[in-house]
Design a protein around this ligand. Structure first.
Ligand SMILES: [Zn+2]
Length: 483
């Protein structure tokens, strides 16, 4: 048996002012055939899962390119087309194959392509014909378009938010693909469109935790092969954005459709009150003053590079500097220029520095201050589950009673190592602010007195009613009344 595997992934915030060219992929993660590291990255996990399974089952894996760009704005047409054509040429050269697997994110939008993944999968299907098993793994923040679902035999999404299960779901995909190729199962996909831009939920809290535990218990029973909840990515202005439920059964389409509808109703019934409170900067200070223990860790959700925005927002730094009795740390701010200055000055050096607030009109004001450089590094590497993430050359500075970590590559602050590797002791801080939506939760909850979420009114379009959609299919909630 011959299995081809490749990965092409990013998440496109069509409202973000950060264009993504081919260099955005090559700089963030680019592994040509044979060069993929032994550890998975978020969206290339099918490669690692396929290699591991091939080692035990004895089939042949033909490796294609795997690449990822940190979420940003629209992908340049030439960047998408060149990466797509590179992978398709590798697939063509690999023929004949029995199984084709893709590690995708699922919310990639390029100039001229609202559904990059649907386009890629349709081209792959045309190449290999109707009988080859095609499988794709997606981030749950994807656009589950009928085009991509129809082009694939198997569609499997992460179930966890934070996405702690990217490797486990890749292993599911590999296993289902092999069972399908062997003729043990006949997967049929049912897709239910909830017609809403809202409805995403965290699995680090209830009711999402119990719900996903129940989905996993249902899989493998009663002809149910796989269940995925597509939370959607409302920062993508594309026709097929929104919450969708996908059920794969063993040739039981009516049962799959009924279950998808039933699960959709359940997700839609989750009360908005089950979302965590989002504190304003001022309220986060009040909370810190009235809460025992430390550190309180706050996720700056709407200035999270993982959502395609810059991550150079200074709103919370301004607030922390007004409360110098509260020792604080914040990171990782994207500011390549400031990092360059700090590395030139060196650890221990005093320096006049302008920090952040450069990339969008709602990133806050640049902070000008006399800082001390605490530490610098050539590459700030931090773990996220089984993967290793690079924040590039980085520096830590102290301004007043606030320690600030600055990076050159945009990425979420997944782990306390973003601070500790630069000598910052988070246990000595009352407040720690991280540029992340929820991926920080698993690692930071281990060191935090408590975990909270901030609303700094950053550049991420967190309120669908506050931005202008031009391509979204209507009606859709909350823009329209939907029964
Ligand atoms: Zn996601």
């Amino acid at each position: 048996m011959r299995m081809f595997v490749a990965s092409l992934a990013t998440e496109t915030n069509t409202f973000a002012p950060l264009p993504a060219g081919r260099a955005a992929f090559e700089d963030a993660f680019y592994a040509p055939p044979g060069a993929h590291p032994p550890t998975p990255t978020l969206c290339s996990a099918p490669m690692v899962a396929a290699r591991a399974r091939a080692a035990t089952d004895g089939f042949t894996v033909i490796e294609g390119t795997c690449t990822w760009a940190e979420p940003a704005g629209l992908v340049a047409r030439g960047a998408y087309e060149s990466l797509r054509d590179e992978i398709l040429a590798q697939l063509r050269a690999a023929l004949p194959v029995d199984i084709v697997l893709f590690g995708l994110h699922g919310a990639m939008v390029a100039d001229g392509y609202d559904d990059c993944e649907g386009d890629l999968l349709a081209h792959a299907r045309a190449l290999v014909g109707p009988d080859v098993v095609i499988g794709a793994e997606y981030d749950l923040h994807c656009h589950l378009t009928p085009k991509r679902v129809d082009a694939a035999t198997l569609t499997v999404l992460f179930k966890e938010f934070p996405h702690t299960d990217f490797l486990a779901r890749a292993e599911d995909l590999v296993d289902l693909a092999i069972r399908t190729w062997r003729g043990e199962v006949r997967p049929v996909t049912s897709l239910y469109d909830c017609r809403t831009l809202s409805g995403g939920f965290m699995t680090s809290r209830e009711p999402g935790r119990s719900f996903v535990d129940r989905l996993m218990a249902m899989e493998g029973q009663d002809d149910i092969l796989s269940i995925s909840i597509g939370h959607g990515f409302s920062a993508g202005d594309v026709p097929e954005v929104g919450l969708k439920v996908l059920v794969i059964t063993d040739d039981q389409p009516a049962k799959g459709a009924a279950l998808a509808k039933q699960l959709a109703d359940e997700v839609l019934s989750f009360d908005k009150a089950t979302a965590p409170p989002h504190y304003t900067p001022a309220d986060s200070i009040l909370l810190a003053r009235e809460t025992a223990g430390q550190p309180l860790v706050f996720g700056d959700r709407w200035d999270n590079p993982g959502g395609g925005v810059p991550g150079d927002g200074t709103i919370m730094i301004e607030t922390l500097l007004q409360h110098p009795d509260l020792p604080a740390a914040i990171g990782v701010l994207w500011d390549p220029v400031a990092v360059e200055f700090c590395r030139a000055a060196g650890p221990g050096a005093p320096l006049w520095l302008r920090i952040g607030g450069k990339a969008t009109p709602v990133s806050g004001h640049p902070i000008d201050g006399h800082v001390t450089v605490l530490a610098t590094t050539d590459d700030l590497l931090i773990p996220f589950e089984q993967s290793v993430v690079s924040l590039g050359p980085a520096a830590a500075v102290r301004l007043g009673n606030c320690d600030i970590v600055l990076g050159t590559k945009r990425a979420q602050t997944f782990s306390p190592e973003a601070f500790s590797k630069l000598g910052i002791d988070l246990q000595s801080k009352k407040i720690v602010v991280v540029k992340s939506s929820n991926h920080f939760f698993a690692a930071f909850s281990k060191i935090a007195a408590s975990v909270h979420y901030l609303n700094t009114f950053g550049p991420f379009p967190f309120d669908p009613l506050a931005v202008t959609y031009t391509k979204v299919r209507r009606p859709i909630a909350p823009l329209d009344a939907v029964s």
